[in-house]
Write a protein of this length. Structure first.
Length: 369
């Protein structure tokens, strides 16, 4: 492969599997579509999980050496499925491992379907000092911390809760480049005023609501078991309650430590030569966390036939410590961009079975539509 700077597209990921940069039991080409995304690879759960007494970072040790100190009880066998209790951290060795070239790093994120369930999934590596950031030239195993804050869940080995991007060199777009791209063809479509930029394009909240004031969902506490081995099988009414704005207003008061799914006011259209990541807005704007799942693939919301349409983003929101009021149009997060090494051979959308192209619903694919 020629050397350049940017995010690996799908065809480069296939080559990385072939040359053992990514070691996996993935069999190509039969299983490739199941794990490949336009700019990332789904990482699969291994056969066992460990209950932890606390989360940890290895820093200057291997994961296994720290696991000996923090694992509690017998390991769980995931081959036939196992239950992970809410508010309890688990560590799961992943099926894939890495042998990265010296100019390649990697970054992980929860899959969108998992972030919408209030589940933290964070990759850690031997001697790693940060979650989800895999250093240049890393060689070794990958481990996934899973922490479900709201629902007790059932998972099984082989399924993917998170995804991995490979990044060669320096690929981040500066704000000036983003604005130039935005001027040429809008990436973020906003009919309410000028686009703001600060280390990425801003997205804001849509709290206009329908005739009932409906703007999103709040997760129910103490719900039933949520089986993540079944797609589209869960009754949403058992897990979610609708959220409405205050009568006669376009504002919403978020209750502390409650989990909300809301929608962006802007629509997003990611061109084929860019990959995007959603990041929380500066925390000095309020005690608020937004968006657990950050990757937006090339092709998300993108259409040559309807360049001004795009797809709106679902925002995962939690207020901390105190009630927090949000209003329609309030900036909530930023969308940063990285250039692709080349356009991927597959784009986000119906062709590869993407779940949220043109989305009009908030809920994860595990719920009945």
């Amino acid at each position: 492969m020629s050397r350049g700077e940017g995010v690996y597209p799908s065809q480069w990921i296939v080559k990385a599997i072939g040359d053992d940069t990514i070691r996996s039991r993935l069999k190509l080409p039969d299983d490739s579509v199941k794990q490949l995304q336009p700019a990332s690879l789904d990482l699969r759960l291994g056969a066992k999980a460990y209950r932890l007494r606390s989360s940890f970072l290895p820093t200057d040790e291997t994961v296994d050496s720290k696991l000996e100190r923090y694992a509690m009880g017998a390991e769980l066998d995931l081959r036939d499925g196992a239950i992970l209790e809410r508010n309890t951290p688990y560590l799961i060795p992943l099926e894939e491992s890495l042998e990265l070239p010296g100019d390649v790093r990697a970054k992980a994120n929860p899959k969108s379907s998992i972030g919408r369930l209030d589940i933290f999934t964070r990759v850690i590596t031997d001697r790693g000092a940060r979650f989800d950031e895999i250093r240049w030239g890393y060689t070794g195993a990958l481990f996934l911390e899973v922490f479900s804050r709201t629902f007790t869940i059932r998972v099984q080995s082989g399924q993917a809760l998170n995804q991995l991007r490979l990044i060669q060199g320096r690929s981040r777009l500066a704000d000036e480049e983003i604005l130039a791209r935005q001027e040429h063809r809008p990436i973020v479509v906003n009919d309410a005023g000028p686009i703001r930029v600060d280390s990425g394009l801003f997205l804001s909240l849509d709290l206009d609501g329908d005739e009932r004031g409906f703007v999103g969902y709040r997760a129910r506490k103490n719900s039933q078991l949520l089986d993540l081995t079944v797609i589209g099988g869960a009754d949403p009414d058992l897990f979610w309650e609708p959220v409405r704005t205050e009568k006669g207003s376009s504002r919403l008061i978020l209750e502390p430590e409650e989990f909300y799914l809301l929608m962006s006011r802007e629509a997003v259209a990611i061109p084929p030569d860019l990959a995007a990541e959603m990041n929380a807005y500066d925390p000095t704007s309020g005690e608020l966390r937004t968006h657990y799942a950050g990757f937006f693939d090339p092709g998300f919301g993108y259409s040559d036939e309807a360049p001004q349409r795009g797809s709106r983003a679902v925002l995962e929101v939690r207020a901390h410590d105190v009630p927090f009021v949000v209003e329609h149009g309030q900036p909530i997060c930023t969308l940063g961009f990285e250039r692709m090494l080349e356009e991927p051979q597959i784009l986000y959308g119906e062709v590869i079975g993407s779940s949220y192209q043109g989305q009009a619903d908030f809920l994860s694919k595990y719920f009945l539509r």
